[in-house]
Design a protein around this ligand. Sequence first.
Ligand code: K2U
Ligand code: ZN
Length: 171
Amino acid sequence: MTIRQLVILPDPVLRRISDPVGPITGEIRTLVADMFETMYDAPGVGLAAIQVGVPKRVVTIDTSKEEGVRKPQVFIDPEIVWSSEEKRVYDEGCLSIPDYYGEVERPDRVRVKFRDLDGREQEIEADGLLATCIQHEIDHLNGVLFIDHLSKLKRDRVLKKFAKAAKRDAA
Ligand code: K2U
Ligand code: ZN
């Protein structure tokens, strides 16, 4: 397994729309293993394949809070098939937008259809942190970032800050 490099804002790769996975190959299994290693190392509770530069609709999540207890979940070609009317606000962060947080309102509960790593069709209902995280990750698969849900003023401020940092790093 390998810890892969994270794609950081303003890299335009983050704006790509990821492709369906199709058959689950050995390459996809290696990608998933590397995504978990990268996610745990960050640390984070979720990761989309585009965040390690791979435009495939693959998401890894682990919302377990207990120290030393892991509950890894893989979502291949996930799609939200139902969202609750009730909303919930969460102070979100993003491994591709380090050290920046903002309040995002999303449906409190969602039903998600996906395939697991064995290719079996699954459907779950998520609430709490898992609901917020899976919506955040599926946004990534569609080239959407959590800052896109903030005000234009806040979004432009973040984009300017990260563009400046990228220019400084390139010099
Ligand atoms: O996609 C990512 O960048 C991973 C995020 C997923 C996430 C975003 C918002 C809300 C929940 C999860 C990272 O895990 S950000 C770090 C983090 C860790 C614990 C709770 C919230 C955010
Ligand atoms: Zn993110």
